[in-house]
Design a binder for this molecule. Structure first.
Ligand code: RFL
Ligand code: PHB
Length: 394
């Protein structure tokens, strides 16, 4: 039977980054991914990195292209019924952000991993993870494999096999589903503005983002039951323009879409994030709605805590950081869950209830007038520092 130190399930950003950090520390790991490399690399998802995520990618030795091609953002714009307010992230929080697509991070990490990933691993199963001898089994090209390991990292996303393998009495799940989705469009047209614009409009939310100076990423809030076929490009551009402040909409460049998809919005946290020798990280343990762009950044901060803990275990034999992983990760997860929920609530149209809209407007007024309120947004948006506190005891 093959033997490895750490078996990682899922080659999304969490799994690939963990494998890279462990590999650099001399820890042997095996990374198992259900899909093909091509499929995983093509998924268009996040685009905005907190600076702690940027630093982690640099520590992992994959920051070179990111620092060359990424766009540094010092501020972000909020628009309400045509009124516009900029939040000076750098001035208020002392931190900035980097625009660099998840597809690019995935590519950089894949290249660094060169051959350490088993793509198209079918029927991955995890066994005996509450004992000292966990095992992972999978099938590749019709051949079954069994691998014995010290630890299993469940980096297999929301629909993965790892969280689903935990007996239901051992896990607690917290969830909120939002009554709308985001329709995203990617197009090779210059971004309408050099910073991101989040829009609260009576027709619904909109977001102007980007991947580079020549590639734009835009989103519009849409009904949950809508399908991509309901949204030909012209309809997306028309709807986006209608929701943008007039002076912004007037300079919107449009063009054929290179990708279009609809994502539902969900808040989800599973507690704890450790079960014996199984550790969950990233979307496998939690989902946030994309308002605020925390999903990928949370995956990165989980991986930072987990890789530090594993490296310390193999170097000094210390188990405390592994034992504290769940509590420390969850403390940060809940802060991001709170901010993503709050920002989603502030920016979207939930109903035709005029009272709800008046409250959103009052909150916007407060943000424009109170430096303390704007600072709270800037601190959360750019990413809260790791806390030593352990407010949760799952
Ligand atoms: P991922 O990226 O989902 O990767 C998990 C990997 O595990 C594989 N897998 C398995 N492999 C083997 N055996 C199994 N049984 C397996 N089951 C699953 C999957 O094929 C996959 O390759 O999770 P990870 O690494 O934790 O990374 C998290 C981020 O990808 C995620 O938080 C963000 O992309 C969330 N997200 C967004 N975040 C933002 O900050 N901004 C966005 O605009 C944004 N858009 C999105 C998103 C997530 C989406 N999903 C998950 C549907 C748009 C979408 C559509
Ligand atoms: C994106 O560029 O895809 C993006 C940016 C900011 C968000 C969500 C998505 O809050």
């Amino acid at each position: 039977m093959a033997k490895i130190q750490v078996a990682i399930v899922g080659a999304g950003p969490a799994g690939l980054l963990l494998s890279q950090l462990l590999h650099r520390a001399g820890i042997e790991c095996l990374l198992l991914e259900r899909h093909t490399r091509d499929y995983v690399e093509r998924r268009i998802r996040a685009g905005l990195l907190e600076w702690t995520s940027v630093e982690l990618l640099r520590d992992a030795g994959v920051g070179e292209r990111m620092m060359r091609e990424g766009l540094v953002h010092h501020g972000v714009v909020l628009a309400f019924d045509g009124r516009v307010h900029r939040i000076d992230l750098a001035g208020l929080a002392g931190r900035h952000m980097l625009v660099y697509g998840q597809t690019e991070i995935q590519r950089d990490l894949d290249e660094a991993a060169a051959g350490r990933t088993v793509w198209e691993a079918e029927d991955v199963k995890i066994h005996e993870f509450e004992t000292a001898h966990p095992q992972v089994t999978y099938t590749r090209d019709g051949v079954s494999h069994t691998v014995e390991c010290d630890f299993i990292a469940g980096c297999d996303g929301y629909h993965g096999v790892c969280r689903a393998s935990v007996p239901s009495g051992r896990i607690r799940e917290f969830e909120r589903i939002y009554p709308f989705g985001w329709l995203g469009i990617l197009a090779d047209v210059p971004p309408v503005h050099d910073e991101l614009i989040y829009v609260n409009h009576s027709r619904g939310f909109a977001l102007c983002s980007m991947r580079s100076r020549t590639r734009s990423r835009y989103y519009v809030q849409c009904p949950l039951q809508d399908r991509v076929e309901d949204w030909p490009d012209e309809r997306v551009w028309g709807e986006l323009k209608a929701r943008l402040p007039e002076q912004v909409g007037a300079r919107l460049d449009t063009g054929p879409s290179i990708e279009k998809s609809i994502a539902p919005l969900r808040s989800f946290v599973a507690e704890p994030m450790r079960f014996g020798r199984l550790f969950l990280a990233g979307d496998a343990a939690h989902i946030v709605p994309p308002t605020g762009a925390k999903g990928l950044n949370l995956a990165a901060s989980d991986v930072r805590l987990l890789s530090d803990a594993l490296i310390e275990y193999y170097r000094d034999g210390r188990e405390t950081p592994l034992e504290e992983y769940s509590q420390r990760a969850l403390a940060r997860v809940w802060m991001a869950a709170r901010f993503s929920w709050w920002f989603t609530t502030l920016m979207h149209k939930f109903s035709d209830d005029p009272f709800a809209h008046k409250l959103q407007l009052a909150e916007f007024e407060y943000l424009t007038e109170s430096e303390a309120a704007a600072k709270a947004v800037a601190e959360n948006y750019t990413g809260l520092p790791f806390s030593q506190a352990h407010p949760h005891h799952p």
